[in-house]
Design a protein around this ligand. Structure first.
Ligand SMILES: *[C@@H]1O[C@H](CO)[C@@H](O)[C@H](O)[C@H]1NC(C)=O
Ligand SMILES: *[C@@H]1O[C@H](CO)[C@@H](O)[C@H](O)[C@H]1NC(C)=O
Ligand SMILES: *[C@@H]1O[C@H](CO)[C@@H](O)[C@H](O)[C@H]1NC(C)=O
Ligand SMILES: *[C@@H]1O[C@H](CO)[C@@H](O)[C@H](O)[C@H]1NC(C)=O
Ligand SMILES: *[C@@H]1O[C@H](CO)[C@@H](O)[C@H](O)[C@H]1NC(C)=O
Ligand SMILES: *[C@@H]1O[C@H](CO)[C@@H](O)[C@H](O)[C@H]1NC(C)=O
Length: 886
């Protein structure tokens, strides 16, 4: 109604203006004859003109030139913009209206001279200083609007003294002090807006005794004390006292004000009960008593306020139950009872709301099921918040009826069961919060329709299965928390999953990553989808895993007899696992988990309960010949080796199974980045090019492998010879640290007795076997040096030693040697990321590539006598590695 008051006056003003113009023309065009006016009257007009010019002089900045026409040499002040004059003579200023003109400066006290002024509207400028006391002396003033300026100081003590004042809007300034008695005593005041100031003191008792007052807005001040009693307030429609420091009870006399449509008492310190008399307020459409300290039960009469559109009782200490008569509030659109002490069930009747947009019952003590009727309110669009209660049972499938819902929060309850498939119908959902319940099952595929989603929190439930890839396609998603569930399989890629700070995954033991390890999870062995249906990608993965899986077949050492058990001290350092642990980790020796099968053993991929890392578990077929020896010799290698660039065992298990039979297994750490072979020859491994290895990475890998071989050859007694070194047996950890695996052909070198064992069992792979071994030479460390040389050349050229070079006429060594050193760039891996600038490139070639190729060539010399030892090779490569790092 306030705006209405204003609009009506504006109309009057416009007619004033047209007529006053005519008058002005008559008066001033007839020169100084003053046909129609007395000298005295013309003098009063002139004093208005002077007052206006004086007002202008108080304005320091007028960026929009709103007062441009207000000139000293212009006599026709009624034509000045924003000035409206009376029709009657003498011509007087009745309205000044200069809104939103960005005027700065002060409001001069000379406006007191405008003694006929009825309306002053200077709203939304930048005027500062105090509101001049003289305003109270304007006996004709009906409307005063100074809202949205920077006025400070007190409200003029005389404001309201005039019996004509009906509209006062001083909102949104920096006024302080108290509400003056003159204002509260006014019998003419209809609208009073003092909101958004810094007024203090109490609300004057007589303010709420005026039968004319219809609109009172005192929100966001520092008013204290109690709300005065309401008397004779039969015009009051709007009362807003929100955001003050009011205390005490809400007076029961409130019930007298049956004209009230909006009652806003929120964010004060009101206490006591909500008066039952409130049911007299039959016209109430908006009731906000939120954020007080109200206690007791919500009076049943509240539920009779059938015109309510907004009911907000949030953040109080209200107790009791929500009665089924709640459905009497047939017009309700916004319903907030959150953060109280309400108990009992949510009545099914709540489903009778036909206009509800928003329901917040969060933070109460509600229990029982979520009534399915709640989901029969299709208008529910702004939000449904039932979080932080004790609700039990399942999320009803009817949730899918809420096709307009923007926010759904059922977090922090005791809900069980799965996410209903129908949730996927809620295609407008922007925020879905279900955290901290006991929800189980998988994320339904139907949720892929929730494409506008911005925030999802499913954390702290018992959800299982995979995290659906479609979350990676939600372009608006900016927060996803699925932590502390039982999700497994690959983390989706794309979209939000490129931003590790917006994604929360911790506490899920089964998750892994398919691409770059941005979440620090293991690299996936396979997507679960491929786990279920065996297909080509799985075979690729298996190839990679076999390198770990076909672990360690160690030929019996000659000096030491085979041992059937690892020594006790060795076992001490490892975690103990039982047959049952292995059973669970391998999913009951599931074929899905089995990644390799040989005569002596099966290898499974798995994860021990309460562990996050994947492991490769080799289970020995003890009934098969040689497997017992195989277990012992593997234990022997594990016992005797300890190096960061050798694959490590996590645990040994030698026990009896549930049938009482002997059972032996070894678990190895799982190498997240697969084998070096996959990195050098990405296309062979399924065509999807992984990240390409930089020169620096290749040098680090070479240094790691050389270091491991140096250790095996020169630091172990007796020396250990791998006998099958090749890119497929170099495994890469999360951080691309390489580790040599698969000791299936390894041999401890006899220090004394040569014996046939040196020849028997030499495995190796065509292309990597030193030429002398075709001729029956005794095994020596030279064997590994040759293989290492091939591996190094292969790493730099991405050419396999078995690739046909010049129609098989050349070995890799000869092929590279022909280009060495001047044309070496021509034989390098064309996919190696190139350096940015040519200078650096040629420098790198000279400093790193050529020396490395040189080492590779030396290691692959025909005669073992021409090959360097691993000690020297390692020293050279480590030096190159350190130079690169500089
Ligand atoms: C006209 O106004 C001036 C002041 O502006 C005053 O001094 C003068 O006496 C007035 N004359 C009449 C005739 O009222
Ligand atoms: C409001 O007034 C109080 C004193 O009554 C003063 O401490 C406070 O700074 C003022 N706040 C503003 C925003 O002017
Ligand atoms: C206002 O309400 C109070 C309390 O409900 C009552 O005692 C009083 O008579 C009422 N006054 C008027 C003027 O209606
Ligand atoms: C519901 O109420 C709670 C507690 O007052 C509040 O934290 C939450 O933001 C509200 N929910 C919505 C959707 O407004
Ligand atoms: C998850 O389920 C297990 C039993 O399956 C139960 O013991 C546990 O409490 C549940 N956890 C949560 C957070 O619901
Ligand atoms: C990543 O997420 C955080 C947190 O939501 C956000 O502040 C940041 O802007 C996001 N970064 C990018 C690149 O999207």
């Amino acid at each position: 109604m306030a705006p209405q008051v204003f609009r009506t006056q504006s109309l009057i003003v416009h007619s004033h203006h047209a007529l006053s113009l005519l008058c002005a023309i008559l008066v001033f065009l007839s020169s100084n004859t003053m046909v129609f006016t007395s000298a005295q009257a013309s003098n009063r007009s002139e004093s208005d003109r002077q007052a206006l010019l004086c007002f202008k002089s108080g304005i320091s900045v007028d960026p929009l030139s709103a007062l441009e026409s207000w000139r000293n040499d212009s006599l026709d002040f009624c034509s000045w913009s924003g000035v409206f004059c009376s029709i009657a003579l003498p011509v007087r200023v009745v309205v000044i209206q200069i809104r939103s003109a960005r005027l700065t400066g002060t409001l001069s006290r000379c406006i007191a001279g405008l003694s006929s002024l009825e309306q002053m509207d200077l709203g939304y400028n930048g005027l500062s200083g105090s509101v001049p006391e003289e305003i109270g002396e304007l006996g004709s003033l009906r409307t005063l609007d100074l809202a949205g300026n920077k006025f400070a100081g007190n409200i003029p003590l005389s404001l309201g003294a005039s019996a004509s004042l009906s509209y006062v809007n001083l909102a949104d300034n920096s006024l302080s002090g108290v509400i003056p008695h003159s204002l509260s005593n006014s019998s003419s005041l209809s609208v009073i807006m003092l909101s958004w100031n810094n007024l203090s003191g109490v609300i004057p008792a007589n303010l709420l005794m005026s039968s004319k007052l219809s609109y009172v807005d005192l929100q966001w001040n520092a008013l204290s004390g109690a709300i005065p009693h309401f008397q004779k307030m039969d015009a009051l429609k709007y009362l807003c006292l929100e955001g003050n420091l009011l205390s005490g009870n809400i007076p029961a006399s409130l019930g007298n004000v049956s004209s009230l449509r909006s009652l806003m008492l929120g964010q004060n310190m009101l206490s006591g009960n909500i008066p039952a008399e409130i049911d007299n307020l039959v016209s109430l459409t908006e009731l906000d008593m939120g954020q007080n300290m109200l206690s007791g039960q919500i009076p049943l009469t509240v539920w009779n306020l059938s015109n309510l559109f907004v009911l907000k009782l949030s953040m109080n200490r209200l107790s009791g139950k929500i009665p089924s008569t709640v459905s009497n509030l047939a017009q309700l659109g916004m319903f907030y009872l959150d953060d109280n002490e309400l108990s009992g069930n949510i009545p099914a009747n709540i489903g009778k709301f036909k206009r509800l947009l928003m329901l917040n019952l969060s933070v109460n003590r509600l229990d029982g099921f979520i009534p399915r009727e709640l989901f029969s309110i299709p208008t529910l669009s702004l939000g449904l918040d039932l979080s932080n209660n004790n609700l039990t049972g399942r999320i009803p499938q009817e949730v899918g009826n809420l096709i307009n819902l923007g926010l759904l929060n059922v977090s922090n309850n005791k809900l069980i069961g799965g996410l209903p498939f129908e949730l996927g119908w809620c295609v407008q959902l922007l925020s879905l919060q279900m955290e901290n319940n006991m929800l189980s099952g998988q994320i339904p595929q139907s949720l892929s329709a929730l494409k506008v989603m911005q925030q999802i929190d499913l954390s702290e439930n018992n959800l299982t299965g995979q995290v659906s890839q479609f979350f990676g396609n939600f372009s608006s998603l900016n927060y996803i928390n699925i932590s502390y569930n039982k999700f497994d399989g690959p983390v989706p890629t794309g979209g939000i999953f490129g931003n590790s700070t917006a994604v929360f995954l911790q506490g899920n033991t089964g998750l892994c990553e398919t691409a770059a390890a941005i979440f620090g999870l293991p690299i996936c062995p396979a997507t679960s989808a491929t786990k279920r249906k065996i297909n080509a990608p799985l075979l690729l993965i298996i190839t990679a895993l076999i390198t770990i899986a076909s672990v360690i077949f160690v030929v019996v050492t000659i000096m030491k007899g085979p041992r059937t058990q690892p020594p006790e001290d060795f076992k001490e350092t490892m975690k103990r696992v039982s047959y049952g642990d292995i059973l669970k980790a391998t999913n009951w020796f599931s074929l899905v988990n089995r990644i390799s099968l040989s005569h002596t053993a099966s290898v499974y991929i798995g994860r021990f309960e309460s562990e996050t890392d994947l492991v490769a578990i080799k289970v020995f077929h003890l009934s098969k010949q040689g497997s017992r020896t195989s277990f012992s010799t593997e234990c022997e290698v594990l016992k005797n080796t300890r190096h960061r660039n050798l694959v490590q065992a996590i645990t040994l298990c030698s026990t009896i199974d549930f049938e009482g039979d002997e059972f032996k297994a070894i678990a190895y750490e799982f190498m997240a980045n697969g084998s070096l072979d996959m990195w050098i020859h990405p296309r062979v491994h399924g065509g999807s090019p992984r990240r390409l290895l930089s020169l620096g990475q290749r040098i680090r890998i070479a240094a790691d492998v050389a270091s491991a071989l140096d250790y095996m050859h020169n630091h172990l007694t007796p020396p250990l010879i791998h006998c099958d070194l090749k890119p497929g047996n170099v495994l890469l950890d999360y951080d691309m640290t390489s580790r040599i695996g698969d000791f299936g052909s390894a041999q401890f070198l006899s220090s004394g007795i040569g014996g046939p064992a040196g020849l028997v069992g030499v495995g190796g792979t065509i292309g990597y076997i030193a030429p002398e071994y075709g001729m029956g030479c005794k095994i020596s460390t030279d064997y590994d040096v040759y293989s290492f040389g091939v591996l190094l050349l292969e790493m730099l050229t991405a050419i396999r030693p078995t690739d046909a070079l010049c129609g098989d006429a050349l070995s890799l060594h000869k092929y590279v040697n022909l280009a060495f050193p001047d044309r070496i760039a021509e034989v390098l891996d064309p996919h190696m990321p190139s350096e940015e600038d040519q200078m650096a490139a040629s420098e790198r070639m000279q400093k790193y590539v050529i020396p490395l190729v040189g080492i590779g060539l030396m290691c692959t010399m025909e005669s073992p006598n021409d090959r360097p030892g691993m000690h020297d090779v390692c020293a050279r490569i480590v030096a190159i590695k350190e130079a690169v790092a500089l």
